[in-house]
Write a protein that binds this ligand. Sequence first.
Ligand code: ADP
Ligand code: MG
Length: 774
Amino acid sequence: MRLSIKAKLSIFISCTVLLALLMHMIVNYYTTKSKLTEEIEQRMRVTAQQIDISVKQARHAAQLLDEQLAEKLYVASVHIASKLPPDIEDVRDGQLTELSKELRISHISLLSEVDNGQDIVVKKSSDGKEMGLSTKKWSYWYTAFQQLLKTGQVTVSEGQKFHNFWAGPIDRSSSDPDYNDKWGYYYDHKRNYIINPYLRNESIQSFFDTKRIKELTEKTKETQANVLEITAFNPQTIGKGPKVTRRSDGQSIIRPEDSVILYGSHEYEHALDKKYVHEAMANESVFVECKVDGGYVLKGFYRMQDKKPYVLTIVMDGQALASTLHDQLMQSIAVGIVLLEIVLVGSYLLAGMLIRPVQAIVQKVNMISVGHFSTRLNVERKDELGILAARINAMARNLNMSTDKMRTLYEENRTIKEQLESFINQSNDAIHVNDLSGRVQRVNQAFVDMFGWSMEDVLDMPLSNIPEQVLEEELEAEQLLRSGQNIGARETLRLTRDGRLLDVSVSTSPIYNERGECVAWASIIRDMTSRKRMEELLRRSEKLTTVGQLAAGVAHEIRNPLTTLRGFLQLQQQTKHLNSGHVNMMLSELDRINLIVSEFLILAKPQAVRFQPKDVRIIMGEVMSLLDSQAHLLNIGFVKRFSEDVPLVECEENQLKQVFINVIKNAMEAISDGGKVELSIDSSDEGNVIIVIEDNGIGIPQDHLSRLGDPFFTNKEKGTGLGLMVSQRIIHNHKGTFDIMSEEDCGTSVTIRLPAIDNSQARSRDLVVINKMK
Ligand code: ADP
Ligand code: MG
């Protein structure tokens, strides 16, 4: 889903506010909770203290009443003593009841010593249930009676003590345990019995049961909202159960101060109450929140100071607190929702206001992106958006300008490219571009026309248009190109698709990428066939010129012997006599003419040339046998040194014979008498057959060496000066070399080198071609 910035911004603001509200709610919830709890705890503490004070006051009142009752019993005792006889036996039946009524006390009993002071028993009483009660096992009570009988002064700790009188604490009635009674004991040493009046009424009763305290706690519960229960724990007995006291009369009783619950109820019992009580004893107070019977309550445990310190526990309804908190939470959530809505709307409007210029900018940028640069952005602001708008305006202007410039450049570029394309395609020279591995990347139409391969045939393939005979030189050229040398145009041969050989001029140049690395080769191939033809024509016309020139020379050369011939013939015509000497002279002159003409014909007449592989040694052998007789005549010896292993030579046999004859004849002519001509043939030079013709004749002067081979240069009387020239030309046509070395008076040596046909080499070339094809 795509959200606009506006939506995002308003969502962001709302989220932030929501977060803040949530934080506020949480903080508020907890502070309120702790505040409320603290307040409740405070209230509990106060309540506990109030209850404690009330209970203590009640006790104090009970104490006062107890003392008042003791006083009353004392006064009653003194009065009873004055009314009763000193001997118990003299007391009348009914007298005690009468006195009780008169003194407004419950009952009167009389106790006296029996069994020689071993026991003190009730001898007479207005209460029938008291009669005969033994007091021997009444612990301190019995002690108190004995002290009273002896000294009239009681020292046991409890009760009120007056002279001859002692009143014990309010206690459960011995004769009727359902009642709490207040007793008094009087003995004035004037009689044989102790007077024992006692009081039993509601007021006494109410003081000593928990009713009053219950009322108190009930009232507190009523007045203090949410107080559920008040319990006073006895830290001594909690967990152990109440302490049971066995009384002298054999009854087991639990004194109020020995029970677990001193007052109040304990319905909201919790498993950890005992622990909390002990903690409160140690730390003064403990406040806990807990669940009791599924209800949420707050419990405060407070240590209260008394004769024996105890723990007062207030249980409060936690539900009220929870519902207060809940209400408050609900309230703040409601407020939060309203606030959030306001913020949402507000932030949406605000974001809209903030975003408006951005939208204008976006629109403008959209227009720029589709190529409209002209409209101007009007954002009248000084903030970042204003700056942005200004920059975008500037950018649009610049873009407009650059786009225009680019358009012009593109047009220029296109024109240049088109020109280049048309140049390449219209060119009469074949052009092909190869990558570095030799695969063709493109060729032009002229290439297709020239070689016969279509573009599809050669694209991404290596070219196979290099004939075997130029493969080596092509490899060399490629090596030179790769090493970065410029080799210029080279004349070579190429094969067409249908196997025709083309004379071509190839110029190859590297194509560099923008980093200056060579990535491809572009070759321009010009078909040189027509030029070759032209050259041939030229050469032929040149030859004709040469022949023309020669003809002049030849004419001149021939004129002399012809003049001589004419002279002799004229003379013979006149004399009518055939002089044999003259005939010889005429024949010699005719031979000379023949010689000149035949040599001239070699030059002038285009002979049918057929190159064939031949063994030079055989050709040389034939020439030697041809010249052998003449040599013999001149006393010249031939020394033959032919090497065993001489390769064949691609040659025109007759032409080579002509060369050998010319050179050997020159050698023979240079030798005066008894000389020798050495003929050696070998292949010591790799790939060449070397023919050396050496004589020990007169040699050639230094200054003539450079002129050898010029037409008609001769030092001989009957020489033509054409032999060397013709020989050199023939050797050149055989792609060989022709060198003359000579020393005057020592001899001359002619070295002819002819390229040999090497079968093994031919094989290895085939291999190279195969490799290249791969
Ligand atoms: P020609 O033999 O008709 O003079 P060539 O062209 O054969 O014409 O030789 C030109 C000249 O070179 C000769 O006249 C001769 O002076 C010189 N020459 C050629 N071969 C030898 C040689 N073996 N020894 C000395 N001179 C030579
Ligand atoms: Mg010669």
